[in-house]
Design a protein around this ligand. Structure first.
Ligand SMILES: Cc1ncc(COP(=O)(O)O)c(C=O)c1O
Length: 396
C-alpha cells in the first residue's frame, strides 16, 4: 500500500500547494504602477472609480470602500445607532471580526446556532434569541453560500431589527437570482488577501440607503466634510468636522488592484465552482464524508470548500489528518474555530463548547480544501489523490 508521507511514505507532490494565494496578474501590477506614478496614492479618483464599478456590479445604489470588512461592520453598527445595552444576534461559526465589532460598540453579542447543511446561522435559532434588547442581526454568508435572506428579513421586519450582512466571503454570490450586496440590505464585503476579490486589505459596504452611505463616507474619514482629494482642488482648503469620525479609508493603490480583480471575478467564480464539483464528485463516493452543497435558489461564491468527515470511521483524527495532508504537500485549513470557544468569549460570557452544539460539532470534523482559480488540473488531481490515499490508509 502507498504509505502516507506522515508514516514514512513518499508525498503525492514535491512542492507545497498553497491554501489560498492571491490571483494577481499583470493588469493589477500595471494599474498599481500607474497610481504610484500619478502623484496621488491615497483616497482619490481610483477609489471613486472602484466604488462605481462595485455599485454597477452588485446593483446597489452605493458602494463605500474602506480599509477592511471589520471597519465596514463596525461603522454599519455605529451608524445604525447600536450602543451599550443593545443585543446583536450573530453566528458563532465565523471569524472573530464579525463578533468583535459588536463588543466595540458596547453592545452584547448573542449567538444563534447554525444550520446543519449550510453551516450558516439558523433562522429558527435567531427567533429563540430575540429579547426586548435585540436591535440587529449579523448573518454571515459562510464560505460564499448565501444565508436564507428572505427568512431572516421576515424575522427582522417582524421585530423591527436592522440587518447588517457579513458578506466577507460572498462577493459574486447570488440569492434568488440577485447579487449579494444588491443594496436591499446593508452588505459588507472583505477584500483581504485570501478573499475572492482582493485589494491586499480592504472592504466595502453596499446599500441603497442614501443617508446610510453618506454617513459611512463621513465617519470613515475623520468626520470631515471634505475628503483629502477635494481639499486639494483650487479653493478647497476649508472643511469642517461634523462628527468625531474614524480613519477607515481605502487608498487608490488598493482600489487600483480591486478594479482589475472585479473584471475577472465572475470568470474566477466559475473556475472555483468547477474545482468544487471535481472535489465533490470524488468525495461523494465516501459515505463518511459530507460535501458542501449549493441550495437550488442560490449561486455559491465558493470562497471555501468545507468538508465534514466522520473521523469515527477512520483510524485518525481531524488534526492528524491535516498534518498528513500537509506531509503530502497539500495545505488545508479549518473554518472556523467557533468564536464562543475563544478565551475572551469563554471568560466574559461563560460559554461552553456545546452551548452551540451544531457549530462545535461541525468545527470538530471540518477541513477546508484549497480552492482558487489558479489551481491547475495537476494541482486538483494532487489534492484528490492525497485524500484518496489517506482515506485508504486510515480506513477502519
Ligand atoms: C466571515 C468574516 N467576516 C469578517 C472578516 C473580516 O474581514 P477583514 O479582514 O476585511 O476585516 C473576515 C475575514 O476573514 C471573515 O472571514
Amino acid at each position: 500500500m502507498n504509505k502516507p508521507a506522515l508514516e514514512g511514505g513518499n508525498p503525492v507532490r514535491m512542492t507545497l500547494l498553497s491554501f489560498s494565494p492571491p490571483d494577481i496578474q499583470n493588469d493589477e501590477i500595471e494599474s498599481v504602477i500607474s497610481v504610484l506614478k500619478s502623484k496621488w496614492i491615497t483616497t482619490g479618483k481610483k477609489c471613486a472609480e472602484f466604488q462605481r464599478a462595485l455599485s454597477s456590479y452588485t446593483g446597489a445604489r452605493h458602494a463605500v470602500v474602506l480599509n477592511s470588512a471589520t471597519a465596514g461592520l463596525f461603522l454599519s453598527l455605529k451608524i445604525a445607532g447600536i450602543k451599550e445595552g443593545d443585543e446583536i444576534i450573530t453566528t458563532p461559526y465565523t471569524f472573530a471580526a464579525s463578533v468583535n465589532v459588536i463588543i466595540h460598540t458596547g453592545a452584547k453579542p448573542v449567538f444563534a446556532d447554525i444550520e446543519e447543511d449550510t453551516f450558516s446561522i439558523s433562522p429558527e435559532e435567531i427567533i429563540k434569541k430575540i429579547t426586548h434588547n435585540t436591535r440587529a442581526i449579523i448573518p454571515v454568508h459562510f464560505a460564499g453560500h448565501p444565508v436564507d435572506i428572505d427568512a431572516i428579513c421576515e424575522i427582522a421586519k417582524h421585530h423591527n431589527l436592522t440587518i447588517i450582512e457579513d458578506a466577507a466571503h460572498a462577493i459574486g454570490a447570488e440569492y434568488k437570482g440577485k447579487k449579494i450586496g444588491n443594496g436591499e440590505q446593508k452588505s459588507v464585503f472583505s477584500f483581504h488577501a485570501v478573499k475572492n476579490l482582493t485589494t491586499a486589505e480592504g472592504g466595502a459596504v453596499t446599500t441603497n440607503d442614501d443617508d446610510f452611505a453618506g454617513q459611512l463616507k463621513l465617519y470613515s474619514l475623520h468626520g470631515q466634510t471634505k475628503d483629502a482629494y477635494s481639499k486639494l482642488l483650487v479653493g478647497g482648503w476649508k472643511y469642517d468636522i461634523a462628527v468625531p469620525g474614524y480613519k477607515f479609508n481605502m487608498t487608490d493603490i488598493q482600489a487600483a488592484i480591486g478594479i482589475e480583480q472585479l473584471k475577472r471575478l465572475d470568470e474566477n467564480r466559475k473556475k472555483r465552482a468547477l474545482i468544487a464539483k471535481q472535489y465533490s464528485d470524488l468525495l461523494k463516493k465516501y459515505n463518511f464524508v459530507k460535501t458542501p452543497e449549493a441550495k437550488k435558489e442560490i449561486t455559491h461564491g465558493w470562497h471555501l470548500y468545507p468538508v465534514i468527515i466522520d473521523f469515527s470511521r477512520l483510524k485518525t483524527d481531524r488534526d492528524t489528518f491535516i498534518s498528513a495532508l500537509g506531509a503530502e504537500n497539500i495545505s488545508s485549513n479549518v473554518h472556523f474555530i467557533p468564536v464562543h470557544t475563544m478565551s475572551y468569549y469563554r471568560n466574559n460570557f461563560g460559554y461552553k463548547p456545546l452551548d452551540f452544539p451544531r457549530a462545535y460539532n461541525t468545527y470538530l470534523n471540518e477541513i477546508s480544501l484549497p480552492i482558487y482559480p489558479q489551481m491547475s488540473r495537476n494541482d486538483i488531481d494532487d489534492v484528490k489523490e492525497a485524500i484518496s490515499k489517506l482515506f485508504t490508509f486510515y480506513k477502519k
